[in-house]
Design a protein around this ligand. Sequence first.
Ligand SMILES: [Zn+2]
Ligand SMILES: [Zn+2]
Length: 94
Amino acid sequence: MSTSPSTPSTGAGSPCIGSASSAAVSAGLKFKTELCRNFELSGSCPFANRCQFAHGPEELRGRPDRHWLYKTEPCRAFHGEGLCRYGGRCHFLH
Ligand SMILES: [Zn+2]
Ligand SMILES: [Zn+2]
């Protein structure tokens, strides 16, 4: 039995590198930061919970009216003085 290793087929069916899932990357960045058009137009979406867009304002992330450091840094007033006048609306972590 002659051993014939699979000859490397150069150029045969080489995948097109460059357009490799660039859409997936950009989709990840926009995850739930925009409203789903399917949901907006028809009130339903075939992707359901796996949809990368928000199905309503409550699912929206990165609201433009919220600081980008929203609740990611400790509140100096709350942890320093023990009191923050902003309370639950404070943009910092209590
Ligand atoms: Zn959707
Ligand atoms: Zn605070």
